[in-house]
Design a protein around this ligand. Structure first.
Ligand SMILES: Cc1cc2nc3c(=O)[nH]c(=O)nc-3n(C[C@H](O)[C@H](O)[C@H](O)COP(=O)(O)OP(=O)(O)OC[C@H]3O[C@@H](n4cnc5c(N)ncnc54)[C@H](O)[C@@H]3O)c2cc1C
Length: 503
């Protein structure tokens, strides 16, 4: 594995200057920590600050023991903060890295990368810590923790720049205060970083595309410690839109275009209780049929929890049209409730639980239509009912996600598949775990046998066979070339990370 001389890193810092025009876009910085500006361009004197950063850097040799605590703090297992920072959202996953590099600036991230190179340690990257399979940590390596990089700043044309430690509820608070929106997921404590780099979908995606489709630029530190502006590197930008999770380096800043925030959010919640397989089949067929009539502003989820089915239909557009479209489902449901709320208030309802919690969640296939699972729908129902704590959910994608321009600009390969299903298992008592995990595998196997193999990278399952094809389709080979160019020593790795082309 390659290590860096002082000279090489000075070169890296010089290359970082290419980033100046991007950084200087941003003016009023709300909520950013002081250190966000350290080592980067100042808004007032865009031509001079990076020089200052370079010369101050010349004094250092990126030896992490000499780094300023304003850039990065290297925590060992015995340090007080280590245990708290080592926790992820999924309490099932236990990992113990050797170091946590608590980064506060892009320069701090470069220090951390240099340190890992020097000690020949594998690196994982953690922002919101919500990886289903704990891919943002490792055993015996170094974890780059970005949780304190929470800067938010606004640029021209209502673009917003977010540091990777921002959680979705913080992103929403910052955007809604300016009546702006980016299409993200809904859980408040999910990180914008991991969500965006794997795609990112939610209530607004059928109108505006995946979260990654709304990126204008990404600041990125690669496996050699070099800083890039993704807008200047077409292949990197392509790879970061759907394949960027911990594979090639660290995203240290995201720039998004924003949309007008809709005023109102309308939700219909339908309940079907004590279902049997026959009624379940009627409900799922009707759901698929109704979902095809939805407008781009609409979203619909089908959630089977035991023998209770909940259908959530939402819109930030035409409420009457949604109600009309959903009527065939209402006519067979046991109950239906409607609510219209101002959008910021409505989003808080979907923030979800705070972790850590014990669970296994995973993508359970992207579907083209009901036909993909029609033959096994009753069996899925029986297996979910038999495994207490299991949930089977299908979400609508489609709409703008399937835009041709978005497709060519990103490595997310499943745009033509308008349904995303997910399996979820939750337990409180560790004794329940083995039985639930077995039932989970049974259902995954059943779906796989139907020929459903496309999966969403942000809902990974450690047991997916051929995960390369499942997450990335025919784009895997090109992603390997990006890996080879940016992280040839495979510094960034986890059990399902992209392998370099020559590996
Ligand atoms: C409760 C819950 C609700 C969810 N809801 C949605 C939803 O509505 N829509 C949706 O699309 N997804 C959803 N997800 C999935 C979510 O998008 C992924 O779990 C996402 O990867 C989490 O990002 P994170 O930053 O919180 O996690 P982390 O665990 O910090 O990171 C996840 C992955 O991204 C990598 N990564 C993180 N930060 C960086 C970075 N700065 N640079 C490079 N790589 C990085 C990590 O190495 C890891 O592989 C949900 C997940 C949970 C647990």
């Amino acid at each position: 594995m390659k290590t860096y001389s002082k000279r090489e890193f000075l070169k890296i810092m010089g290359l970082g200057l290419a980033f100046l025009p991007f950084i200087s876009l941003y003016t009023a910085c709300s909520g950013s920590n002081q250190s966000e500006q350290k080592g980067e361009a100042s808004d007032k004197e865009p031509g001079t600050a990076p020089q200052a950063a370079k010369s101050s850097q010349e004094e250092k040799d990126l030896d992490i023991t000499k780094a300023s605590p304003d850039d990065v703090i290297l925590l060992k297992r015995t340090d007080e903060q280590f245990t708290g920072l080592n926790k992820g959202f999924n309490g099932r996953i236990k990992k113990l890295p050797l170091y946590i590099a608590l980064c506060k600036t892009t320069l701090g991230v470069q220090y951390a990368v240099a340190h890992a190179q020097k000690e020949k340690l594998p690196v994982a990257v953690k922002s919101g810590g919500h990886s289903f399979e704990g891919f943002s940590s490792n055993d015996g390596g170094l974890v780059i923790n970005l949780s304190q990089m929470k800067g938010v700043s606004w640029g021209d044309q209502l673009q917003v720049s977010l540091q990777p430690g921002c959680l979705l509820q913080e992103v929403q608070a910052a955007l809604f205060s300016k009546q702006r929106l980016i299409p993200t997921g809904s859980c408040g404590t999910v990180g914008i970083a991991g969500l965006t780099l794997g795609g990112g979908y939610g209530f607004f995606s059928r109108k505006y595309g995946l979260t990654c489709d709304n990126l204008v630029d990404v600041e990125f530190v690669d496996g050699k410690g070099q800083v890039h502006s993704a807008a200047d590197n077409k292949d990197l930008f392509w790879a970061l839109r759907g394949g960027g999770n911990g594979n090639f380096g660290v995203a240290t800043k995201f720039v998004f275009k924003t949309e007008d925030m809709p005023a109102t959010f309308h939700a219909q919640v339908l309940k079907f209780r004590k279902l049997d397989a026959t009624r379940f089949t009627e409900a799922i067929q009707t759901w698929f049929s109704v979902s095809q009539t939805l407008n781009p502003e609409d979203f619909c989820a089908f959630v089977l929890n035991g023998s209770t089915l909940t259908i959530l239909a939402t819109t930030f557009g035409n409420k009457s049209k949604l109600e009309q479209n959903v009527a065939p489902l209402v006519s067979i449901a046991d109950s239906a409730t409607n609510s219209s709320t101002d959008l910021p208030q409505a989003m808080k309802r979907y923030y979800g639980r705070k972790g850590p919690i014990l669970f296994k969640n995973a993508s359970a296939g992207l579907y083209k239509s009901y036909e993909d699972i029609a033959a096994i729908a009753p069996q899925i129902f029986e297996k979910v009912v038999a495994a207490k704590g299991m949930i089977y959910q299908i979400n609508t994608l489609g709409g703008a996600i399937n835009d041709k321009a978005f497709e060519s600009a990103s490595c997310y390969p499943h745009r033509a598949l308008p349904y995303l299903s997910e399996l979820q298992a939750y337990w409180d008592n560790p004794a329940q775990e083995a039985g639930l995990l077995k039932a989970f595998e049974d259902i995954q196997g059943l779906i796989r046998k139907q020929g459903v193999t496309a999966q969403y990278r942000n809902y990974p399952d450690i047991n997916f066979p051929d995960w390369q094809q499942a997450y990335y389709g025919n784009n895997y080979e090109k992603l390997q070339k990006v890996k080879q160019a940016l992280d040839p020593d495979n510094l960034f790795q986890y059990p399902q990370s992209i392998a370099a082309k020559n590996a």
